[in-house]
Design a protein. Structure first.
Length: 341
C-alpha cells in the first residue's frame, strides 16, 4: 500500500536482538520506525548498538527520505498504519515534518499519538520544535549534537589566531541560518570579521551553487572557512574543502563527517555515535521505564571531541600546537570511520 513506485526504500531492516526465550515470550520485540534523511549514519549505529548491548529486543523498520522532503509524508502515513511503539527521526527537517512545529501541529498531517525521539537536531528551540529543553510538553523528546558556538570559536582560536572567518551555508536550512545568526551575535566579542556565502537564496541549493559561492568566498581570502551543521553542506563538503585546500585555506567543521571523511582540518564536535546512544537512552525511558515523554528532558553530550585531521594538517603545513595535541583526537586519512551525516 505504501511502497509506491516513486518511493525509494534504500534500507529496510527488521533487526531483532537476541534475548532469552523467557524474555522473548514475555514481550514481543519493541517496534521502532526510524525515519532518516540522508542515509544510515554513525548516529543510527549508536542508537541500535545501545539496545543490542542491553539485550533489549527491538525490530527496526528503517526508511530513508534521501533528502527528499516529499517522501517524509509517505513515511508518516506508513507509521499510522504500522503503529510502531516509537518513531526515531534524524535531523531538524525530518522531525519538523513528522511532528510539526509548536503551535502549527496538524493532526491530519503530523504524528501526535506515537512517541517520537529525535536525534541530531542542533537547536530544538530555535527550530520551534519545543519551547523548553527541560520538557517538551508534547509527544517528543530527543538528543542534540549542538556544541556551543563560543566553544567552537575558542577551539578555532586555540588552533590559530583568526580574525576573518568565511561561512558557507544553505540559506534554506534552518539549522544553518540559526548558526549564522549566532555567529553574528558573538563575532564582535572574538574580533571576528564574518564573510557570509549563502547558497539557495533564490533557488534550490545545488552543487553548482556551492562551487560559485566558495569561489566568491575564496576571493575574500578568509583565514578559515566554516561549515555549519547543515545537511546539504555536509553532503557536499568535499567540494568546499578541495577548493579551499587548493587556495591553502583551512576548513573548520561543526560536525565530524567533513573532518573524518572529506579532509576538513578540525572541529569541536559531538560524535554522532555517542549522540545516537543518548537518543536511545531516551527511547529506553519511554519503552521500558514507561516514563512520560512529555516530561523527559532534551539533552546534548556533556563532553565534546576536538578533532584534527593530521593528513590535512600536513598538506596545509598547519599543525596543532602542543596544547591542542594533549587533548585532541588526531586522525589520519586511514583512521576515518563512516561518519556520513
Amino acid at each position: 500500500m505504501f511502497l509506491r513506485g516513486f518511493i525509494l526504500i534504500t534500507f529496510l531492516c527488521f533487526f531483532s536482538i537476541e534475548v532469552s526465550a523467557t524474555e522473548a515470550n514475555a514481550k514481543p520485540p519493541y517496534k521502532i520506525m526510524m525515519i532518516l534523511y540522508r542515509g544510515f549514519t554513525e548516529a543510527e549505529k549508536g542508537f541500535i548498538d545501545y539496545f543490542k548491548q542491553r539485550h533489549i529486543a527491538v525490530e527496526f523498520i528503517i526508511r530513508d527520505a534521501q533528502a527528499d522532503n516529499s517522501k517524509i509524508a509517505e513515511f508518516v502515513n506508513e507509521a499510522r498504519e504500522l503503529k510502531p511503539d516509537l518513531i526515531y527521526t534524524f535531523g531538524t527537517t525530518v522531525t519538523a515534518e513528522v511532528v510539526g512545529l509548536v503551535g502549527q501541529v496538524n493532526p491530519a498531517k503530523h504524528i501526535t499519538d506515537i512517541p517520537v525521539v529525535f536525534n541530531i537536531v542542533a537547536d530544538p528551540i530555535g527550530a520551534k520544535l519545543v519551547k523548553s529543553l527541560q520538557a517538551s510538553g508534547r509527544n517528543l523528546t530527543g538528543a542534540s549534537h549542538f556544541v556551543p558556538l563560543s566553544a567552537q570559536i575558542n577551539a578555532l582560536q586555540t588552533m590559530r589566531n583568526t580574525q576573518s572567518l568565511g561561512v558557507i551555508y544553505n540559506a534554506q536550512e534552518k539549522n544553518a541560518v540559526l548558526t549564522v545568526q549566532g555567529l553574528e551575535k558573538i563575532a564582535a566579542k572574538y574580533k571576528l570579521v564574518l564573510d557570509l556565502a549563502p547558497i539557495g537564496l533564490d533557488d534550490k541549493p545545488s552543487k553548482e551553487g556551492i562551487e560559485n559561492a566558495v569561489q566568491a568566498l575564496l576571493l575574500k581570502k578568509p583565514q578559515f572557512i566554516y561549515i555549519p551543521s547543515d545537511s546539504f553542506m555536509i553532503k557536499n563538503a568535499k567540494t568546499v574543502i578541495q577548493a579551499a585546500q587548493a587556495a591553502r585555506i583551512p576548513v573548520f567543521s561543526a560536525t565530524e563527517s567533513p573532518i573524518r571523511n572529506d579532509g576538513a582540518l578540525l572541529g569541536l564536535v559531538s560524535t554522532y555515535f555517542n549522540v545516537g546512544e543518548l537518543a536511545a537512552h531516551k527511547a529506553e525511558q519511554i519503552l521500558l521505564k514507561k516514563e512520560s515523554i512529555t516530561k523527559i528532558p532534551i539533552e546534548s553530550l556533556n563532553r565534546f571531541t576536538y578533532l584534527v585531521n593530521m593528513g590535512t594538517a600536513k598538506k596545509l603545513n598547519i599543525y596543532p600546537p602542543l596544547a591542542v595535541i594533549k587533548f585532541a583526537e588526531l586522525i589520519s586519512p586511514l583512521d576515518g570511520v563512516d561518519a556520513s551525516e
